[in-house]
Design a protein around this ligand. Structure first.
Ligand code: HEM
Length: 370
């Protein structure tokens, strides 16, 4: 028979010889340690595919002109990432078949190695666009710096640090998404068109007026049902929500030189989300849905890991030296795609959004604008 075998193609002899950990042979590794090593390797293999898919999605989204056919391609790769993450979240169930006693039997062997040194997870974070200043440290230990310091002294260190350094210098999915959103036509105009800024501001003002009207109606209904005593408190609450909505949509919460772009990006998100049923917006809104789901899956991955860790080691200090579960729970608060989350607080029901201008632009016609 000519041609490769199954085991040659998959390099199975090498792959199956890689679960020895620090021991010289498979026979020295207990079944529990084999389980521990295998699940880690499986996670890291999926991370590899996630990273490749993220780069593909990012490259397509970052093109100067994103054609209508490109968005389904980006959505396709992000859907794969989300499906893998869904599996990884469920896989914590397999990990936690390790009892606390099973783990304690070999835990000391690995100190101070830890998932905290998973450079592939850090690459995923960089490619998403996690702001380095938001990273959670424990004590003075900063996650990326920790890998850089260890990399010098370990055999696999060069690959770890080189690949992480490369990812840190790349455009992130957040960066590519914002560039694309910045150019998205809002109420019929794109940046560079005459009157685009006025058009965007008029859209935001009209939307804020509708939010205000919505609040007035809700206030009326609440006072009717709960009594006049509730009016001052509810009025105050709605006024505060209205101020926050204006500040967010106008980008007043960011540094002055970024306010114009923040306003246009947020107007585009608001526009796509509000008129999501229009044929020409169906792929863009699916793209936003995929990105929200991606971040949601990452949060579930982190909190699922923390719960599994709590079950196996309780509140012990981690092998990497962190506070363990407390540290891991804090990482579940990371949010990269903040605008996509924040917009949900201001969205109105379908029948209350401002009237759509130039509806013919959003039908089933090809647009050269993107
Ligand atoms: C019994 C199983 C496990 C235990 C007890 C455990 C425990 C911990 C602890 C305590 C930390 C915090 C850092 C430290 O102080 O060490 C951590 C971090 C981490 N672990 Fe695990 N872990 C387990 C399995 C896994 C598996 C199977 C993966 C799969 C890749 C994994 C991936 C990670 C990652 C990526 C981090 C860094 C999280 C971050 O900094 O955002 N862990 N783990």
């Amino acid at each position: 028979m000519s041609g490769p075998t199954y085991w040659d193609y998959l390099q199975l002899p090498s792959l199956l010889d890689m679960q020895r950990g620090l021991d010289s042979s498979d026979a020295d590794v207990s079944v529990d340690e084999l389980h521990f090593i295998t699940v880690h390797q499986v996670y890291e293999l999926w991370f590899k595919l996630i990273i490749r898919s993220m780069r593909l999605a990012r490259d397509h989204l970052a093109q100067p002109r994103v054609s209508e056919e490109t968005i389904p391609y980006v959505v396709h790769h992000l859907r794969r990432v989300n499906t893998i993450l869904d599996l990884l979240v469920r896989q914590w169930r397999v990990v936690e078949t390790l009892t606390p006693q099973d783990f304690l039997a070999f835990r000391d062997k690995l100190v101070p190695a830890s998932g905290f040194q998973s450079f592939q997870l850090r690459i995923i974070e960089c490619l998403m666009g996690l702001d380095e200043s938001h990273r959670i440290r424990y004590g003075k230990v900063e996650p990326l710096d920790h890998i850089r310091k260890l990399a010098d002294a370990s055999p696999g260190g060069e690959v770890a640090w080189r690949s992480l350094e490369q990812a840190r210098g790349e455009l992130s999915i957040l960066g590519a998404l914002n560039r694309w959103l910045l150019r998205t036509p809002v109420q019929g105009t794109s940046p560079g068109d005459p009157g685009d800024d006025e058009n965007v501001r008029a859209f935001l003002d009209a939307y804020l007026d509708r939010i205000d009207q919505n609040h007035t109606q809700q206030l009326h209904r609440m006072v009717e049902r709960l009594g006049e005593d509730h009016r001052p408190h509810v009025e105050e609450r709605f006024a505060s929500i209205q101020d926050q909505a204006r500040s967010f949509l106008y980008g007043l919460d960011v540094v002055p030189h970024e306010q114009d772009s923040a306003r246009r990006i947020r107007a585009a998100v608001l526009f796509i989300e509000s008129y999501r049923d229009l044929p020409l917006l169906s792929w863009p809104r699916l793209l936003l849905d995929m990105i929200v789901e991606f971040e949601e899956q990452m949060v579930l991955f982190r909190s699922g890991h923390a719960r599994m860790v709590e079950r196996v080691i309780g509140r012990r200090v981690g092998t990497g030296g962190s506070s363990g579960v407390d540290y891991l729970d804090k990482t579940a608060s990371y949010r990269v795609f903040r605008d996509l989350w924040a917009i949900r607080t201001v969205l109105l029901p379908r029948d209350r959004v401002p009237e759509l201008r130039s509806p013919e632009l959003y039908g089933f016609v090809s647009t050269e604008r993107q």
